[in-house]
Design a protein around this ligand. Structure first.
Ligand SMILES: [Cu+2]
Length: 473
């Protein structure tokens, strides 16, 4: 080695030491802390300190296989093991030392572009990391706000499309107002090779991504990630704040909560400006919004992208369950229900895209698949436990109409039903649409119904549906 080169190395080492020293000079040891990172829908606790600090963040990239929808698996690329990535919370003025760790079992290089970073690529170039490596860079959080971060490795659309995005909140100096609940919800669009519902492990489709035609649009990484026992919760009188992100890669979200009005919106994640009394707020791809409201009456409030077929057919739907006392002055609930059938109203046909689900091989499989058909098509009227709604939608639970005649039931579902009928001694006079579900789907949903809520336990096969279905046109 030439002595010249040796000297150069010493120089570089010295320079690095000075850098490290000068970076740590303005922070005492007390001011250094490791960031608390959380998985959606959780949010790290509010920052209470009034000084700036040095924050150490370790974010690990993991490529994992997981559930995208019932029976549908997908290989997600993640910041921290879940989609969306870990929620990061820091304070305006903080100095962040960021470690991006690319797990050795991963196959791809990755990096991170944080929209909260001022500097080349938002950190992307400095953080490009091969599997089994770890990169470090640092930045000062100059601007407060709620920011998206994402992978920016080529092909970027594919890395983001596989789930590589999350949110970083840079709290303004004075903090944000106190609330009872803070939740993290992030939308993303997914492009699978198979059509929506096709079972098994689905590869990413670059073609559909380029055409911007996703098969799934979801909150928090999968269909149903924020519903049922994973729904958000609150009690009457409490305030709820949602940190909403949109990872894209392509769609813009018209974020809305059915049955609520946003008392406050920090549009586009801008913590300096509040709008009041907003119904729907736009969340751009690669953007965010903070929405806040008080819940006044109990109920299940539905989070949607108000581009509604995304919500009801592709997955962009979540729930906020609010418990507590009714206030009939604010919301009465149903006061009456009378039949309204103007002249000329006939049976409506509901055309359903048949899901590319393989044929059920056993009765148990048929019941399982039928549950999904029921939830998406029948539950709205006949209710979750088949109990129906008095005077409007007849019960399917212990229904004598249903249990006494299988063929008549097949005809009713495939051809629709209207006019007076008596079920368990109760008279109904409504209209049920005709369903253009596949024979397989009708067999599955009826088998599910026959094997639930105290019904007779019969099985209905696709062959029976085929021979007894009401023929139309
Ligand atoms: Cu990546």
């Amino acid at each position: 080695m030439s002595s010249n080169l040796f000297l150069k190395k010493i120089n570089i080492l010295f320079f690095l030491c000075v850098l490290v020293l000068s970076a740590s000079v303005s922070f005492s040891m007390e001011d250094q802390e490791a960031a608390i990172l959380t998985d959606a829908p959780s949010v790290p606790p509010p920052i209470t300190r009034s000084n700036v600090a040095k924050i150490i963040i370790h974010l690990e990239v993991k490529e994992i296989q997981g559930r995208l929808a019932d029976g549908v698996q997908y290989t997600f690329w993640t910041f921290g093991g879940k989609v969306p990535g870990k929620f990061i919370r820091i304070r305006e003025g903080d100095f962040v030392e960021f470690h991006l760790d690319n797990h050795p079992s991963n196959k791809m290089p990755h990096n991170i572009d944080l929209h909260a970073v001022t500097g080349q690529g938002g950190g992307a170039a400095a953080s490009l990391t091969a599997p089994g490596h770890s990169s470090v860079f640092s930045f000062k959080a100059l601007n407060p706000g709620l920011y998206v971060y994402h992978c920016a490795t080529a092909p970027v659309g594919m890395h983001v499309g596989n789930g590589m995005y999350g949110l970083i909140l840079v709290e303004p100096k004075g903090g944000l107002p106190k609330v009872d609940h803070e939740y993290y919800v992030m939308q993303g669009d997914f492009y699978t090779k198979g059509p929506n519902g096709q079972q098994g492990l689905q590869p990413f489709s670059m073609e559909k991504a380029i055409q911007e035609k996703p098969e799934y649009v979801v909150f928090n990484g999968s269909v149903g990630a924020v519903t049922g026992d994973k729904a958000l919760t609150a009690k009457v009188g409490e305030t709820v704040r949602l940190y909403i992100g949109n990872g894209g890669p392509n769609l813009i979200s018209s974020f809305h909560v059915i049955g609520e009005i946003f008392d406050q919106v920090w549009a586009e994640g801008n913590t300096n400006q509040i709008s009041h009394n907003v119904q729907t707020t736009l969340v751009p791809a690669g953007g965010s919004a903070i929405v806040q409201f008080q819940v006044n009456v109990p109920g299940t409030y539905i989070l949607v992208d108000h581009s509604l077929t995304r919500a009801f057919n592709k997955g962009a739907l979540g729930q906020l369950k609010v418990t507590g006392d009714e206030d009939k002055l604010i919301y009465s609930g149903k006061v009456s229900d009378e039949v309204y059938l103007p002249e000329g109203t006939g049976i409506r046909v509901v055309e359903q895209r048949s899901q590319a689900v393989p044929a059920a091989k056993t009765k148990v499989e048929r019941i399982e698949r039928g549950r999904t058909v029921f939830t998406t098509n029948c539950m709205a009227c006949h209710q979750a436990n088949g109990e129906g709604i008095p005077h409007a939608f007849p019960p399917l639970a212990k229904s004598d109409f249903l249990n006494s005649d299988k063929i008549r039931t097949i005809k009713a579902v495939t051809g629709g039903l209207q006019g007076k009928i008596v079920i368990n001694g109760q008279e109904y006079n409504g209209v049920m649409p005709a369903w253009t579900l596949s024979d397989e789907d009708v067999a599955n949903v009826l088998t599910y119904i026959y094997n639930s809520w105290g019904n007779s336990g019969k099985e209905v096969t696709p062959a029976e549906v085929k021979s007894h279905a009401t023929k139309r046109n």
